[in-house]
Design a protein around this ligand. Structure first.
Ligand SMILES: [Cu+2]
Length: 279
């Protein structure tokens, strides 16, 4: 059992998942599929490590369960009433008691080391290429692209079933104004809430960050493949919690520059900053 989160298994799993995904013909549209049992394919360094850690835990818990099951079967058969007319009165075994204390502690330490390594990897944000502020509101997201070469803000609302079908977007996941980010760049997401606590989540990037009123939380991802990625608000925030989806388009640098130029014009009239400040 390797303790390195970025072990060879990472690349192997990611490659297998990507191959399966491509075979399913859904490479460009990344969203949950029927009858899936695993994660959606990883598309960021953080999600790759989450998958790898998840698999390590799966090995450990499988071994623990099989061991306990084997012990139970052994005891049920060996110490059954039929074979033991006079019950044994044995109690206390120092060696056994020390062992069943120490071994679980060792297992927990083996789990804790990669767990903390992953936590630190998630929280140490590399120098970002793009910073986007996601503001959760009842019940939609407002995005701000701050900085000299952006400086605009816009609302992103979930689509009605009819509008989603018309736009060719998945039901309850498509939005009217998507988030656009360049591929292979470090994207820092700052989250906050304008009214209650929301959560900005994007499963394929391994991102799920609470958006809390009165504070800014930071998270990041670096998409390795272009495509359309969907997420949802993941903190129960009221009646229309299920209707504030997240749609992220990962595009090439050239497409991003093009979008940035058009978005600056398109969203110039909107100034939700004022609205946020007033609340
Ligand atoms: Cu919400």
């Amino acid at each position: 059992m390797s303790l390195t989160p970025r072990s060879w298994r990472n690349t192997k799993i990611a490659a297998a998942a990507a191959a399966l995904w491509a075979a399913a013909g859904t490479a460009a549209l990344a969203l949950p599929q029927n009858y899936e049992i695993g994660f959606q394919p990883a598309n960021s360094p953080v999600m790759e490590q989450i998958e790898s850690f998840h698999l390590e835990l799966l090995y450990i818990i499988t071994a623990v369960c099989l061991f306990v099951l084997a012990l139970l079967v052994y005891i049920v058969i060996k110490f059954r009433a039929g074979a033991n007319p006079t019950p044994s009165k044995v109690h206390h075994n120092t060696l056994l008691e020390v062992a069943w204390t120490i071994i679980p502690v060792i297992i927990l330490v083996v789990i804790a080391v990669p767990s903390f390594r992953l936590l630190y990897f998630e929280s140490a944000i590399p120098k970002p290429d793009v910073v986007i502020k996601a503001i959760g509101k009842q019940w939609f997201w407002t995005y701000e692209y701050p900085g000299a070469n952006a400086g605009f803000t816009y609302d992103s609302l979930g689509l009605s079933d009819a509008d989603a079908a018309k736009a060719g977007k998945p039901r309850l996941l498509g939005t009217d104004n998507e988030v656009v980010v360049p591929v292979g760049k470090v994207i820092e997401i700052e989250t906050t809430g304008a009214d209650v606590i929301h959560s900005w989540a994007l499963p394929e990037m391994g991102v799920k960050m609470d958006a809390v009123p009165g504070r800014i939380n930071h998270t990041w991802f670096k998409a390795e493949r272009t495509g359309v990625y969907y997420g949802q608000c993941s903190e129960l925030c009221g009646a229309r919690h299920a209707y504030m989806p997240i749609e992220v388009h990962v595009v090439t640098d050239a497409e991003y520059a093009e979008w940035l130029a058009s978005a600056k014009k398109k969203f110039a009239a909107l100034d939700t900053n004022v609205q946020v400040a007033a609340k």
